[in-house]
Design a protein around this ligand. Structure first.
Ligand code: GKR
Ligand code: MG
Length: 415
């Protein structure tokens, strides 16, 4: 069996005006839906970024994969590397971190290949990753400060969230809707004292929920140490308080709160430095940029050996990505934290039915075969049509923020 055809469909998904230290989410987030079709008709599904560089990389690598055996994942990696010799990073200037094009493209095609393998064998992707060690995967509520509405639109169902009390209200709704058992706040948005107050108010409202805050490197070392000291005993972990490995090491040395990251450890080459400098205690995996689902479970092993924890990162995404995340999480024995997901913010999908309903904050591992999700062609066509009219081709939270506040400048660290 060989790969015969590959279809790449960029889609736009409606998003909410969620705030972070670089600005605000645009009305649409971009993704690419990947279909890999073998000569016997077996089809594998994948989902990756929808930015210009990612899409271009996928388009350039796809022809090189024709004729590939979908079980030959090492060869997949070599063919991608050969098709994209200049490599490079894929992210826009305003992104929080840069990811290697070759890792992103390899991963984007590894997922459909493993979906195909599972379909051929009648086994789930989790089984191919070593077997699920848990039947359900717990997620945390991903809480954002936010504007009440996009420019020119009516207020959304979440309303404005710009104060600690409004954040507690948002958290209550998230928990009531999905049953999450831990809470993550996207910080770096309000003055640090207000974000500290937010965490205290969340602690009061949710005495037993582990709490995290992630300002995406938006604080200075001084601010981060101040915040960490105030929040000792309150946080489960503090994610990327500052930008850069040395700055993380300085903060880590000043607090007993474990520091987590998806910004200073993004690839295997960076783990040794983080370990030596004691900069990070928890690494967030993400199969989209760690080089695939298998690489993500390998990351779990590396973290175990180094006595680091492992958690899981997210960006705005659809159900194919979520299926892959759940399979990876199910087959990462030492995953010790509830995973991140933006899924509750995204009111759309390209998969059939509603396979992902959170119960007590957790998702059941799809049974497969393969990823265990089916493409809904009508939904795909709708989101592909939206991409054509959305007028967004690159994520730029800072540019969009300037429409709300013309004086806004991108500043990292901001506080
Ligand atoms: O969606 O605004 C966002 C997040 O800030 C996202 O872009 C980050 O990649 O969720 C992410 C994180 O944990 O840093
Ligand atoms: Mg993060």
């Amino acid at each position: 069996m060989r790969i015969a055809e590959i279809h790449l469909t960029p889609v736009a998904i409606p998003d909410k005006p969620l705030l972070n230290c670089k600005g605000v989410h645009q009305p649409y987030a971009l993704r690419t839906i990947i279909e890999v079709i073998c000569d016997d008709g077996t089809t594998g599904l994948g989902e990756s970024y929808g930015s210009i560089k990612a899409l271009e990389g996928l388009r350039r690598a796809a022809p090189a994969l024709r004729g590939l055996d979908p079980f030959h994942l090492h060869e997949l990696k070599s063919r991608v590397a050969a098709a994209l010799p200049e490599g490079g990073g894929i992210n826009a200037r305003t992104a929080v971190a840069d990811h290697k094009l070759t890792d992103v493209v390899t991963s984007a095609f590894e997922v459909p290949c493993m979906d195909i393998q599972g379909k051929m064998l009648g086994r789930s992707v989790g089984d191919l990753l070593g077997g699920a060690v848990r039947e359900t995967v717990p997620f945390s509520a991903y809480l954002f400060f936010k504007f009440g509405a996009h420019i020119g639109q009516d207020k959304d169902e979440w309303g404005e969230v710009l104060t600690p009390d409004q954040m507690v209200r948002e958290a209550k709704k998230m928990v009531a809707d999905h049953g999450f058992k831990s809470l993550k706040v996207k910080g770096g948005v309000l003055h640090p004292d207000l974000e500290i107050e937010t965490m205290f108010k969340l602690r009061e409202a949710f005495p037993h929920h582990p709490l995290r805050i992630d300002p995406n490197g938006g604080w200075t070392v001084e601010t981060a140490i101040y915040v960490a000291r105030r929040l000792e005993g309150v946080l489960e972990y503090l994610e990327d308080p500052v930008a850069g490995m040395d700055a993380m090491a300085q903060v880590a040395a000043a607090t007993s709160i474990p520091l987590a990251t998806n910004m200073v450890v993004l690839e295997f080459d960076q783990i040794a430095e983080a370990f030596t400098k004691r900069a990070v205690k928890v690494v967030l995996s993400d199969h989209h940029y760690w080089g695939g689902m298998r690489a993500s479970t390998h990351l779990g092993k590396v973290c175990e050996v180094l006595d680091m924890g492992i958690s899981m990162h997210s960006n705005s995404h659809l159900g194919i990505t979520l299926a892959a995340m759940v399979h990876v999480a199910s087959a990462t024995p030492n995953l010790g934290y509830d995973c991140d997901t933006h899924y509750p913010w995204v009111g759309a999908d390209v998969v059939e039915g509603a396979p992902f309903v959170f119960r007590d904050g957790a998702l059941a591992v799809p049974r497969g075969p393969g990823l265990g999700v089916t493409l809904d062609r009508i939904r795909l066509a709708e989101l592909a049509a939206l991409y054509e009219v959305a007028g967004v081709r690159e994520r730029d939270d800072t540019l969009y923020m300037k429409q709300f506040d013309p004086g806004y400048e991108r500043r990292v660290p901001r506080w």
